[in-house]
Design a protein around this ligand. Sequence first.
Ligand code: ARG
Length: 423
Amino acid sequence: MSLTAQSSAVTARGFAKKNMRPMRVEYPLRVVLAYSGGLDTSVIITWLKKRYHCSVVAFCADLGQGEELSEIAQKARKTGADKVIVADLKATFAKEYLFPMLRANAVYEGSYLLGTAIARPLIAKAQMEVARAEKAGAVAHGATGKGNDQVRFELAYQAIDPAIKIIAPWREWEFASRSDLIDYAKRLSIPITATLKKPYSIDRNLFHTSYEGGILEDPWVCPPEEMYTQTVSPENAPDKSLVIEIAYEKGNPVSINGKHYSPAALILKLNQLGGAHGIGRVDLVENRYIGIKSRGVYETPGGTLLHAAHRAVESLTLDREVLRLRDGLIPYYASLVYNGYWFSPERELLQGLMDNAQKRVTGVARLKLYKGNVMVVGRKSPYSLYKKEVSSFDKDTMSIQKEAEGFIRMNALRLKILGSDGK
Ligand code: ARG
């Protein structure tokens, strides 16, 4: 590994690649790194300084990953960061990212509720604000060259400032594995906490915990029970069910059992309730944007409850054709989030449509939580389009049954013509 022999004409990205117009970087370069406190970003601080002769601002975003922020800041400084900036983004994350995504009922490939995907644009945006404030010419992240996160970060950076220089160490350095990183850290005395490596990679925020890689790379391997951190196993969930009520206003959940919560607090509360009943585990093989299949395991207890509750209130309040049209757009919206197009005109356009559909989505859903299952057991709304006098089997004040005959006959017309055509 020739990490020290650097030419002086370093460029911010693609410096070693052919067919790329290299951009010369002004010295001294200042780089804002999206820092997590893990091994990779700890090594990246030193690597950046050696490779780019730059100063490094470690930026850590608190999205509810449950790490102690003051400890992370200390760690970043010990590992060589020239400056550390921490930001508590939990409230913004819930209100401006999770809630809009939940209003759209976004689900990727049938079951992934997008907890990691939705976090990246916010981290990138906040990081770019730091870059501007610090007059930094470049941003860096610790995402690998095989995943979605590199795309999400970098699409967001460029949507925010097309001139920003991007450094993605995983695509640049020669390290191929975690042990390479540990060797490098040892060689350069980077104080990494030698935590016992979990046999899979974890990403956590206030919406979900995701697990992938390591032992999970065999899609036939059953995830070990001790892996889960937010949910009890359905087998160990209480034998007694729990019934809760979630109230919505214009598509946003606002209260649980009549008690009002801020967006972030509401999600945390529902995580706790759903987690205690083993709700929200998902195990799937998903298609990454770059064309690789990947096995992911997720825990999204609160999000799972919110999807069920939201659908229940929508079932009363949404017009049939609005529902059909909106549902047809969910896979596309979910792909935009998954693929990293949060800051894009098409996502914003779709969000407008999704939010417009939510004008009437005010009401309450009653859910029963029991051993890994969430069951809708009631719904009500002042905007309900469900009219008992119309729907009831008991009486037919509008003569619907009589009119139905003509409705069916007219709808059958073209089928009859086709059927008698003989060709
Ligand atoms: N596969 C998920 C996604 O692309 C999660 C990725 C990050 N998770 C992790 N454990 N490193 O959104």
